[in-house]
Design a protein around this ligand. Structure first.
Ligand SMILES: NC(=O)c1ccc[n+]([C@@H]2O[C@H](COP(=O)([O-])OP(=O)(O)OC[C@H]3O[C@@H](n4cnc5c(N)ncnc54)[C@H](O)[C@@H]3O)[C@@H](O)[C@H]2O)c1
Length: 325
């Protein structure tokens, strides 16, 4: 939409690349920021001509002055904050994890506060990792249950949700946090739960693959998640809320069966006894209440779309199979 200027942080990541892909056709000014500067993942989803329409810029979210300055310099109207370090990195480097995930998010809220009015919407990535193990909850699990994170990453995301609450309470800066579970699709090549996307890539590449977990999970196609972030930033929501995502709540066995039905050559196994420590049966009525309709590509259609994209990327040598090792 004309007049809009979107700042995306972490735009070289998986969800960021899909956000860019969705926004680029709309004519909005796009400021794609990241610590990384090589647009490998956006390049898997966008043509060179589309990439040329995006303002790529280096931004370290731990640098408050730089974050606030970027919002001013580009006349940013909407912020989608995705920059973050994932579970294994936060565990290995707790201080750096806190700097990026906690301080970085505070800096985003500071920039929104200093320029609210010009800035009209803020959506940020929380995570389902703010919740504890399934047996502690009644299902389906709502948005406002107790947060009992089991990892430092989850603790940092909990801090983000509480930061958002206080920015609304004290300064009336509204925001929506989204809590993805397993995001899958092209460009999902790192993180604890990237095995779902990697199983599709391996199959297209003619390789066997072993998914390192099993049990019930919630699968969310990256394109749908990107659309949710964009719609939340534009929603005009007043308040501070953090919303569960749901989409396909299935057993990993069901995913493997769907993959085999779409791609009969698939040789994918999974670790049935290794369950992820989060509830999957999630109530997404909070997000539904804000957006009305939730973007949801069916599992089979998403597998097919991913397989077609991976096949084209492999032919162009634009995807690195080392991620499967
Ligand atoms: N992918 C999932 O399944 C999932 C699930 C739950 C939550 N999330 C959250 O969603 C967000 C995006 O996820 P993703 O899968 O795209 O992650 P990703 O790891 O692919 O991308 C994160 C990006 O953040 C960037 N970054 C790291 N430190 C930075 C810094 N100091 N300043 C600026 N950028 C920095 C990285 O370079 C990377 O490009 C993250 O905050 C993640 O925690 C993702």
């Amino acid at each position: 939409m004309s007049g809009e200027a979107f700042l995306i942080t972490g735009s070289m990541g998986c969800i960021g690349a899909w956000v860019l892909r969705n926004l680029v056709s709309e004519g909005a000014t796009i400021v794609a920021s990241d610590l990384a500067t090589d647009p490998v993942r956006p390049g898997q989803l966008l043509s060179d001509e589309e990439l040329a329409r995006i303002n790529f810029t280096r931004l370290d979210v731990t640098d408050r002055k730089a974050v606030v300055g970027m919002v001013a310099d580009y006349g940013v109207t909407h912020i989608i904050h995705l920059a973050g370090l994932q579970v294994p990195f936060c565990r290995a480097n707790p201080s750096v994890g806190a700097a990026v995930n906690v301080l970085g998010t505070v800096n985003i809220f500071e920039a929104a506060r200093e320029h609210w009015g010009q800035v009209q919407g803020l959506a940020y990535a929380s995570s389902l990792a703010v919740l504890g193990p399934s047996h502690l909850y009644e299902t389906p699990v709502g948005d406002n249950v107790d947060r009992i994170p089991q990892t430092l990453y989850g603790v940092y995301k909990t801090a983000n949700e509480e930061t958002a609450r206080i920015y609304w309470q004290d300064w009336r800066i509204p925001s929506i946090g989204l809590r993805p579970y397993i995001v899958y699709g092209v460009a999902r090549d790192q993180g604890m739960t990237s095995d779902i996307a990697k199983a599709i890539l391996a199959t297209v590449a003619g390789r066997p693959y072993h998914i390192k977990f099993g049990g019930q999970v919630a699968l969310q196609y990256a394109d749908d998640v990107a659309k949710m972030f964009i719609s939340c930033a534009r929603s005009g929501y007043q308040g501070a809320t953090a919303c569960n995502l749901r989409n396909d709540v299935v057993d990993v066995a069901d995913f493997v069966a769907a993959l085999g039905a779409e791609l009969p050559a698939a040789q994918v196994t999974y670790e049935a006894g290794n369950l992820l420590p989060f509830p999957a049966d999630l109530d997404d009525s909070g997000l539904r209440g804000i957006l009305g309709t939730i973007p949801h590509t069916s599992l089979r259609a998403a597998i097919r779309d991913s397989a077609d994209r991976f096949a084209a990327l492999l032919a162009e040598r634009k995807v690195d199979l080392a991620q499967l090792n």
